[in-house]
Design a binder for this molecule. Sequence first.
Ligand SMILES: Cc1ncc(COP(=O)(O)O)c(C=O)c1O
Length: 363
Amino acid sequence: MIPVGGPSLGREEFGNLVEAFVSGWISSKGPFVGRFERLVAAYCGVRHAVSASNGTAALHLALKALGIGPGDEVIVPALSFISTANVVSYCGARPVFVDSHPDYWCMDPGLVQESITRRTKAIIPVHAYGHPCDMREIMRIARDFRLRVVEDCAEAIGSRYRGRMAGSFGDVGCFSFYANKTVTTGEGGMCVTNDRKLADKISVLKNYGMSPGRRYWHDVIGFNYRMTNLQAAIGVAQMRKANSFVRRKREIAKAYGERLSGVVGITLPKEMPWAKSSFWMYSVLVERKFGTGRDTLMKSLSKNGVETRPLLQPINLMPPYRTKNRFPVAESLSKRGVSLPSGVDLSERDLEKVCRRVANAGK
Ligand SMILES: Cc1ncc(COP(=O)(O)O)c(C=O)c1O
């Protein structure tokens, strides 16, 4: 089976992991944690990075540090992974969904402004599938309405908006290092920010709310959301490869684009002129003209040894978040979209095979 993704781990990761293991620093203290944080901060071009146990924890910490609480509303895209909405609920606040932009699938800034009420406190733009949001517009709206911005960069390490790294625009940028992400630590997350006070708050909150200068004294209710030295050991080795991983993802996207552009009924993902996508997952849309539906294509590929994933489902359709409002673009993208094998270790031969199988399935 050609896998849809997966980690690319080598000797460097293994070497670091063994070093951490042998040193006995296997919990959240240990030299790799700080090293990993510094590497991510430098990569994103921001001053501070605070690691977390996973991407969901990072988002939760960011919202908590910004003071999001009961009665508040936070604008999120309908088309995202469930964590983007759940972290708002964890704070006792309410996620307000907005539809996707049809060309690049992230939240449509035109619709963000319409969704603002007196209760709105923050926006969480999600750089979906590695394509950045229109950050100039989103930051303008945030400034005009005095809203906080937490960028959900779980799928977007290495993505750029007008030359600048995703994660460096908002009050906080949050990353996930789950095993299917471009850079992985198995499970893991990170908050990046240029605001020293916010970074300090996040550090306290992730460590049970323990006062930095006073052991076993807690001024706030915190969490245990810490990354282990073992995870960070893998992360340090992965960050040294981040540029080459993103380069490879873009090469894969280019190769798919060239080979699939002639297939009738397959719409390729667009890259906006201001964007440099990191193409976390190369995802295409299956149109009526293709001949078979998206689900039939996925079954056919699976039978032929190609693993795929459907696009995410709109969060507003799920029981905890069901609303009467409709988000037609997100719903349509979700029904039509399929992610093709996009791991950095995908060989040219396998990529060619995937394209042939896709083309044949539509005949
Ligand atoms: C957009 C988005 N946000 C948040 C997360 C949550 O990250 P984690 O799985 O590390 O908790 C994910 C994926 O896993 C995601 O795709």
